[in-house]
Write a protein of this length. Sequence first.
Length: 342
Amino acid sequence: MARPQFPTTISGSLPKPAWLADPLEVWPKWRLDGDVLNQARLDATLMWLKQQEDLGLDIVTDGEQSRIHFVHGFLESVDGVDSANKIRAPIRNGRSIQTVPVVKGTISLKGRVHEQEARLLRAHTDRTVKFTLPGPMTCVDTSADAHYNDREKLAMDFAKLLNQEARALQADGVDIIQFDEPAFNVYMDDAVAWGIEALHVASEGLTCKTAVHICYGYGSDVNARWKASLGAEWRQYEKVFPALAKSRIDQVSLECARSHVPVELLGLLDGKDLMVGVIDVQDETVETPEEVAATIRRALQYVKPEHFIACTNCGLSPTPRPVALAKLRSLVAGTKLACEAL
């Protein structure tokens, strides 16, 4: 019997070079502008593509180098959303107060959003390309609504715009389109009631692989405090996974490493490809390959090997670059160890 070979990838974001933006900030500011900024973002994308290939990752991304934030990078291209006059507003059910754009009218896309990055990736690699977009519910939750006064309706309109860009990304040659929905871990009832249906709208007509990423957030102090309040077991996934298992989404990206998520909850997603987080993004301590392999072995009690993909818990954007690189080396080396053990 052939030994399993588990693909390796990252959730999405990677730390920006210091010459582009502060790599340790979740909500940084660009250090350049105009045409120089545009070229610098593409340069950073190519740099991280080469790093991912050199590290041995099987599924590569743009590292979200052209986006100041994983949600706001999309919202800047939406008419009806005022990104120039942001306001302070609560997000994630009041977990934090952030500066967010304001929805002031019926929304529509201004044009293509990520064409340059997607085509650049496809032109420079023969590896599987994954591209991330914010999920509809998370778009709603990371903006201030002054027009719709209906979260579900606004989410469905965001989903239609995301679908336009997703179809175009597929035409650009993207192999996997992932929608990031950290809001699913906060508004679990809404996620089941209409959040997954919004994902279906966002992914309608796609023939490439589709994925949804649900985690407990970046490695920020705000998220660390929230996690500390959740108790000894984090069972938020338990409410959403059964509905996701019945959905039309192909893959689920989730948190597992150094986490209080009961590993048996992975069994609720039987039949889905799982991008299992085996690298923690909250703690800068670098996992050993042996620790990564141990996390994989635990997950494989509930995930069929043919459905397993080794991943990070969440994005690495607020992580020091040397730490991020070391963690990705351990991701690849630990996955190899786990394969050899099987």
